[in-house]
Design a protein around this ligand. Sequence first.
Ligand code: FES
Ligand code: FES
Length: 140
Amino acid sequence: MQLDDLYRRVIMDHYKNPRNRGKFEDGGLTVDLNNPTCGDRISLQLKVEDGIVKDARFTGEGCSISMSSASMMTEAVKGRTFEEAMELAERFSSLMKGEPAEFDDYEDIEALSGVNKFPARIKCATLAWNALKKGINEGS
Ligand code: FES
Ligand code: FES
């Protein structure tokens, strides 16, 4: 897969130095999700207080795209209301459809824009975001 060099570096940085990888000792709103095409999985935990995502953690196995996307998502979602988090997830869906979408609020995410040319990889990149959407729906 060919991605722009800068984009690839951002993705590899999140893959090798994942932000928010792990589990909360005292639990949280937990969502487990599989990528049906490859069997890779993610377990996402959200700490929610007063309708705001205060913190997020993830564990799982998957390719560099899926794990870096999870790292970015958990970082970007912190401090957002459920509504704002859902809006962020919708913007990510637009990015994966090749529609214009900006992430001035967390620029690293734009590194995944090149993924939209590779249908199988879109599923990888979207896994963590689908877990987020599921968590928001279950927690609302
Ligand atoms: Fe290229 Fe998973 S990142 S195959
Ligand atoms: Fe399984 Fe990317 S190949 S999540």
